[in-house]
Ligand binder design. Structure first.
Ligand code: HEM
Length: 389
């Protein structure tokens, strides 16, 4: 018990919410409350075209008064929201290529302290952007972008998937799991639970709250980064920090540790192709403790090798059910991407491009050539099935 607690602390993993930040702070002390008040009124300030002016008026603050991990994560979250809003403005193509020093300097210092890149991350807008709305445990997000309830649906569904994975992660940390039987059982329970939650919440919440056109035309813009993005091909200049512009990928659920965690546990290897490189790169957008956790999992015995070495049909079947659950998650995710990116893109396309052309052209907020990437990742997962299905 003591052992697991220490390990939880080492890897910043919570028994109840997994990789999500437990009970994120909602307020910062003066003078950082000025950041909070901008972030809280973001949609209104953007709508009234006042956001950039308000940001430029902010005082340059030292980050020394942000004490403790939760205050620093809240600081990173609000500066991330402010930065995205400052760069993309009203989402109409009038963009800024320079982030003023009063924001850039504290943002980069804080990012360095946390070991995170200075851009809005999944670790910010999903893992640290939530609160319990009422005693019955209903949840809400702390900060929103324009686009109505779109962000709420997207971020909360992702968070619920994270929480569903918590017990499997907890299990994979406990001491007795070098017993490969228990490891397989835990992975099985975890993957099946994640698939269940993913499907239920997508159907019940996501499809209700997240309108494809609002997602595509509004929220997606504010999550976009400045790497492989023709709108900011040089990157963003962080004034007062670096002399040249820097490129960082936008917020994407590809930065979640869960899928990568299950891949490692199941021995699904993504190696030597651009998709593998992208997944590897996405680890550098995760909190350092979670990156270390993924590395530490790799050094433990692989469930796949264990199953193969035993030649036992029941074990193989259980293993295949886990892999099949990952395949169906990735299949369902691909359908969502068609609905939320490709179809709205085809409606907007003046050149009447076909879905195939759009598949080749479209990029995700993380900057990937998205369909190629997602299909490669799914293909690697399918290849891990022991039996043909
Ligand atoms: C409107 C809903 C969604 C859309 C349009 C979407 C889109 C994308 C895109 C375009 C990528 C490629 C990487 C990039 O460039 O960003 C990606 C990757 C990924 N997304 Fe989503 N996503 C959605 C929801 C979710 C949710 C709710 C989850 C689960 C928490 C999720 C998990 C992942 C994962 C794990 C990857 C990495 C590829 C993999 O391991 O299969 N996505 N997503």
């Amino acid at each position: 018990m003591e052992y697991s607690r220490t390990i939880f602390e080492e890897y910043h993993i919570d028994e109840d919410v997994g990789f999500a930040l437990p009970l994120p702070l909602e307020e910062l002390p003066h003078p950082y409350d000025a950041w909070i008040s901008i972030a809280r009124n973001l949609p209104e300030l953007i709508k009234n075209n006042q956001l950039r002016m308000e940001v430029e008026k902010l005082a340059m603050l030292s980050i020394d008064g942000l004490r403790g991990h939760r205050a620093q994560r809240l600081g990173h979250l609000v500066l991330g929201y402010i930065t995205m809003a400052y760069v993309w403005g009203q989402g109409d193509g009038d963009i800024r290529k320079v982030l003023p020093s009063n924001i850039a300097v504290p943002y980069c210092k804080l990012s360095e302290k946390l070991g995170l890149p200075p851009i809005l991350l999944y670790a910010d807008c999903v893992l640290a952007n939530w609160k319990k709305k009422d005693p019955s445990g209903n949840m809400d997000i702390l900060f929103s972008f324009p686009g109505g309830d779109c962000g709420k649906g997207f971020f909360l569904v992702s968070l619920l998937v994270e929480i569903a994975a918590a017990s499997a992660i907890k299990g994979s940390l406990s001491q007795d799991v070098h017993c490969s039987h228990s490891r397989l059982r835990l992975v099985y329970t975890g993957v099946i639970e994640v698939r269940r939650v993913y499907l239920i919440f997508f159907v019940c919440l996501f499809l209700e709250y997240v309108d494809p056109n609002l997602f595509f035309n509004v929220l997606r813009i504010y999550l976009s980064g400045w790497k492989c993005n023709p709108l900011l091909s040089e990157g963003l200049l962080y004034e007062g920090v670096w002399d040249t512009p820097k490129k960082f990928a936008g917020g994407s659920a590809a930065q979640s540790s869960i899928f990568q965690c299950f891949d490692v546990l199941l021995g699904i290897q993504h190696t030597v192709d651009p998709a593998a490189e992208f997944l590897q790169e996405m680890r550098t957008y995760m909190p350092p403790a979670h990156q270390s956790f993924l590395l530490s999992l790799k050094s433990r015995p692989s469930v796949r090798e264990f199953v193969l070495s035993k030649g036992n049909a029941m074990l193989q079947e259980t293993y295949d059910e886990c892999v099949q659950a990952m395949v169906s998650l990735r299949n369902y995710h691909l359908k969502i991407v068609v609905k939320y990116i490709l179809i709205p893109a085809s409606r907007q396309s003046k050149a009447e491009s076909s879905i195939e052309d759009l598949e080749a052209e479209s990029r995700g907020t993380g900057g990937t050539n998205l369909m190629d990437f997602l299909k490669t990742v799914r293909g690697k997962t399918v290849n891990c099935l022991l039996k043909e299905h």
